[in-house]
Design a protein around this ligand. Structure first.
Ligand code: ATP
Ligand code: MN
Length: 454
């Protein structure tokens, strides 16, 4: 006989009627025990959903080992509940203890801990309601990502994590080496300098320039020493790249993708979102619905600067044409001015990467960033420069080494096509969807300056 493994999510949400009055066994961790003298209520959670399963256990079944955090298998009969907080409960017949949990030292005894403290016990924090909900929403968003792109016929391409090219010329890369003293690179593993990738885009372009529509979804690494609530040293990025596509196609794809993700979790992770709405950000569900129900705003970089100059508030950083938008500017535009996600296009060339397609005005490039309330930049994208001569000139004026980009230039020599793509920081999406404040709390094991524990 095949044995069924019941998980609480299936019991409560799938087809509860079919299990009524049947004997089942459920395993999980005890959240609380409420002793009622002749019997006790045990709240059991197995992480499959936010809700606990309520157990009614006769006092004869109880023991001092059944405490918060202990792991158990409980066999019993599923009944309609008399209480008003839940619809079903399990009348226990047998309780098997897997593992004790010493109540005098278990760190999750107390009801509420700060997120800062929970980061120091990242091995236990997934057992909290908040981290469980984050993990389930994160899973939903990852699945929605694949669904969206697969439905549109994009191919999932695996780009390398170790790279030999300092792609964007930034000094933000982690070195990969097997040497203790890396002065003589010819003795190193790859015989030259190697790094952890900051983006799969350039390799993604290679595949788009052969297979038309592709996306990557993997970890990226940035050694930027920015101790902010929106930057990690290791984060996941989704990078679609489309051939025979321009900036308009790019914006359409990004907006549709974001809305698809929101709709997906509104449908499939609703309990978790309601939890965030209640405990993390009031009005969250309404905010997400509003985003799915209206078009994103559009502004050019030049228009955005005019708006910032007229803004009725002081900014720490100057707003001059040619300067990069700072986080405070991005948030003002999305939060105060547009009050919804806004796509900023046609940035000044000076602040953007070499591969972005030059506009005819000679000053701006076909870039598009999406800024959202609370977070600022969530998407950075562009149409890529597909004209070989312009790209060569750009590489030269920026002082990049032409030989590092020989293959990138050859894509423009042999059957060049207009193409465009963007990068979306997955953790920023999780922040946006959950209302969580700090990016360190939406990835299981955050890496940031000074922290590589677990
Ligand atoms: P920012 O200005 O916020 O540092 P960026 O301009 O460096 O972002 P891109 O290089 O365009 O970002 O990367 C694409 C996307 O990756 C960004 O829109 C953002 O969502 C995400 N991202 C970038 N850096 C980080 C980081 N250190 N941690 C988490 N996500 C990041
Ligand atoms: Mn950055």
């Amino acid at each position: 006989m095949l044995r069924m493994r019941y998980r609480i999510k299936n019991i409560l949400y799938k087809d509860p009627e079919s299990l009524l009055d049947k004997e089942i066994t459920v395993s999980g961790w005890i959240r609380t025990v409420r002793d009622q003298k002749s019997f006790a209520f045990i709240e059991l959670n197995d992480g499959s959903c936010l809700a606990n399963l309520q157990i009614i256990a006769d006092s004869a079944l109880l023991s001092p080992d059944l405490t918060t955090g202990a792991s158990v298998a409980i066999t019993g009969t599923l009944k309609k509940s008399q209480g008003k907080n839940q619809s079903l409960e399990l009348a226990a017949q047998k309780i098997h203890l897997y593992g004790r949990c010493d109540p005098t030292s278990y760190p999750l005894q107390k009801k509420r801990h700060s997120f800062e403290f929970l980061r120091t016990i990242a091995h236990l924090r997934p057992r909290t309601n908040t981290q469980g909900a984050v993990a389930r929403v994160r899973n939903g968003l990852a699945f929605a990502t694949h669904l969206f792109f697969q439905k549109r016929g994009f191919l999932y391409v695996h780009t390398p994590l170790i790279t030999g090219s300092d792609c964007e010329g930034g000094g933000e890369m982690f070195r990969v080496t097997t040497l203790n003293d890396s002065k003589d690179l010819s003795k190193d593993f790859f015989g030259k300098a190697a790094y952890l990738t900051v983006s799969g885009q350039l390799e993604g372009e290679i595949y788009a320039c052969a297979l038309s529509d592709i996306y990557t979804f993997g970890p990226t690494f940035r050694a930027e020493n920015s101790n902010t609530s929106r930057h990690l040293a290791e984060f996941w990025m989704i990078e679609p790249e489309m051939a025979f596509a321009d900036l308009q196609d790019n914006m359409e794809c990004a907006e549709s993708y974001l809305k698809f993700c929101l709709n997906y979790v509104l449908e499939h992770c609703f309990d978790d979102l309601q939890f965030f709405d209640q405990f993390i950000e009031k009005g969250l569900v309404e905010r997400l619905r509003a985003v799915t129900n209206s078009s994103f705003a559009h502004l050019t970089y030049t228009e955005a600067l005019e708006i910032l100059k007229k803004a009725p508030q002081k900014f720490e950083f100057p707003v001059d044409w040619g300067a990069d938008l700072q986080s405070e500017h991005e948030r003002y535009l999305a939060e105060q001015y547009c009050k919804k996600p806004v796509i900023i296009t046609d940035y000044t060339a000076a602040i953007k990467s070499f591969y972005m397609r030059a506009n005819d005005d000679g000053k701006t490039v076909a870039a598009m960033d999406i800024l959202v309330p609370k977070i600022g930049e969530i998407v950075g994208g562009s149409q890529r420069e597909d004209r070989k001569d312009l790209l060569e000139r750009k590489i030269e004026t920026l002082g990049l080494k032409r030989e590092d980009y020989w293959w990138y230039l050859e894509l423009r020599e042999y059957g060049s096509v207009p193409h465009a793509g963007f990068g979306l920081g997955f953790e920023r999406l999780v922040l946006f969807v959950t209302g969580m404040e700090n990016i360190r709390d939406v990835i299981p094991f955050p890496r940031y300056p000074g922290h590589v524990e677990f």
